[in-house]
Write a protein that binds this ligand. Structure first.
Ligand SMILES: [Zn+2]
Length: 114
């Protein structure tokens, strides 16, 4: 399962940050997951619950913030939410294409420890 190894990396990072600050418990983790990252939030949640057992993060809350895809137009520079993801059309100037500037995130954004 793809999510298990990603979650393990994020959890290891959280646990090492907690340890570095002398904390004994992790209470909450915040993660940002892009809709196009290929990660299923439910699977991430499930992996977290399994992997955190017996660690300082056991019983902690995992908050997942989803990030909708967003494109930046190569022609006029406007950012827009694509109606069509494969060939997005800029609503400002009508140009086709553009760069994906949001939607691929997968990161640990916050941590509550004590
Ligand atoms: Zn444009």
């Amino acid at each position: 399962m793809h999510e298990a190894s990603l979650m393990k990396t994020a959890l290891d990072l959280a646990l090492s940050q907690a340890a570095a600050q002398g904390a004994r418990r992790v209470h909450r983790l915040g993660m940002r997951v892009g809709d196009l990252s290929g990660v299923v939030p439910d699977a991430l949640q499930f992996a977290f619950e399994a992997l955190s057992l017996g660690s300082a993060a056991e019983g902690a809350r995992l908050d997942i913030e989803r990030v909708a895809p967003r494109y930046a137009c190569d022609t006029c520079g406007a950012e827009f939410d694509p109606a069509e993801e494969l060939l997005p059309e800029c609503p400002h100037c009508g140009a086709l294409g553009g760069r994906l500037c949001r939607g691929l995130e997968l990161e640990l954004t916050s941590l509550e420890i004590s």
